[in-house]
Design a binder for this molecule. Structure first.
Ligand SMILES: Nc1nc2c(ncn2[C@@H]2O[C@H](COP(=O)(O)OP(=O)(O)O)[C@@H](O)[C@H]2O)c(=O)[nH]1
Ligand SMILES: [Mg+2]
Length: 334
């Protein structure tokens, strides 16, 4: 399965001439993804797999059991309804002969659902820094993701600078600075300034030093905290003053382990500040990975990356086909 997938991907890249921003994935990528999704696999796909095991007859009662399994893994009502309707149709057309056919049909449905949101972050080389604004609630994984992303970009020979825009907590600035020092990446910070002024300074510095990419951290905020959302809007306005196209990307970081709450947050952030891409973190520690499907369907926003661990290499470009294949992988099912 793995070989088949990677060959396909390679062919696609060659024929379409897609230029990858991020370095090629290491060999263990699929294994890492499968491992990371372990708990969701146990809760969702293994459960469905067991329902289908050796089934010679597919009927409505079985579809109902599958429905329950999907709902309990945070796939959400809308996606589940869509899946069951699709499978019922196929059942009526006598296309689902056995458990194996249903297993394949389910994967196809989920892969089709993720296809439109599989849009890797392509960072063009501009005559100004490409500015990425990170937003999300406290603890979602913004700062960690910045570190992982900066490292990826650096490995791809991009000149990266960071802005310590989380000015609410001194520890947050320090966290970024320590990380930057260790990895030879400049971090612009200012103990006195507010988020907008730090980010303004950083944009000027990034331009002066001909950086390719500037990633701006911000304070975690709840979508219900009106003044903090206003501050984020101000950050965007200030960026716009220095460059008409900045921020080029607004990345919303969502913690998968909070399940449906992540979807609620995403809807609110999208409305309040505009979001151009998503990062879904902590897929490794949770059985709620089904939320990725709910988010994809409800928001139709590109999922740029997923986090499958705390390590520096645990940020992966999102690919719906691989994601579903890893989730349905029968290897290492323990
Ligand atoms: N297991 C796991 N932990 C993560 C992941 N991403 C972030 N974390 C952890 O989540 C915690 C909060 O991360 P942080 O970046 O400080 O969140 P922020 O408040 O949004 O900046 C830290 O302990 C991170 O190590 C991930 O993909 N997997
Ligand atoms: Mg932070």
């Amino acid at each position: 399965m793995l070989k088949f997938l990677s060959r396909n991907k390679k062919e696609k890249e060659e024929t379409e001439g897609i230029q990858e921003v991020v370095p090629k994935e290491s060999q263990g990528f699929f294994e890492k993804l499968t491992q990371g999704l372990k708990r969701t696999r146990v809760g969702l796909t293994n459960q469905i797999g067991n329902l289908l095991l050796g089934k010679k007859l597919i009927d409505e009662a079985l579809l109902e059991e599958i429905e329950d399994a999907l709902l309990s893994a945070d796939v959400g009502v809308a996606v589940t309804k869509g899946i069951i309707a699709d499978l019922s149709q196929q059942l009526k057309r006598h296309e689902l002969q056995d458990g194996e056919a249903l297993w394949v049909a389910l994967q196809k449905h989920l892969q089709a659902l993720l296809a439109p949101v599989t849009q890797p972050l392509q960072i063009p080389v501009l005559d100004e820094p490409y500015v990425i604004l990170m937003v999300g609630i406290n603890g979602a994984g913004k700062t960690t993701t910045i570190g992982k992303l900066a490292k990826r970009l650096q490995q791809d020979n991009r000149k990266v600078m960071l802005a310590a825009g989380d000015t609410f907590r001194a520890a947050a600035v320090e966290q970024l600075q320590v990380w930057g020092e260790r990895n030879g990446i400049t971090v612009i910070a200012n103990a006195e300034g507010d988020s907008s002024s730090v980010i303004y300074d950083a944009m000027q510095a990034a331009k002066a030093r001909a950086m390719h990419v500037l990633i701006a951290d911000t304070a975690g905020r709840l979508h219900t905290q009106h003044h903090l959302m206003e501050e984020l809007k101000k950050v965007k306005r200030v960026m716009g003053k220095l460059s008409a196209n900045a921020p080029h990307e607004v990345l919303l970081v969502l913690d998968a382990s909070i399940g449906q709450n992540a979807l609620t947050q995403a809807i609110q952030f999208k409305e309040a500040v505009g979001v151009t891409g998503l990062v879904i973190t902590k897929l490794d520690g949770t059985a709620k990975g089904g939320i990725v499907f709910a988010i994809a369907k409800a928001l139709q926003l590109p999922i740029r990356f997923i986090g499958v661990g705390e390590g520096i290499d645990d940020l992966k470009p999102f690919n719906g086909e691989d994601f579903v294949a890893a989730l349905f992988s029968k290897e290492n099912p323990e």
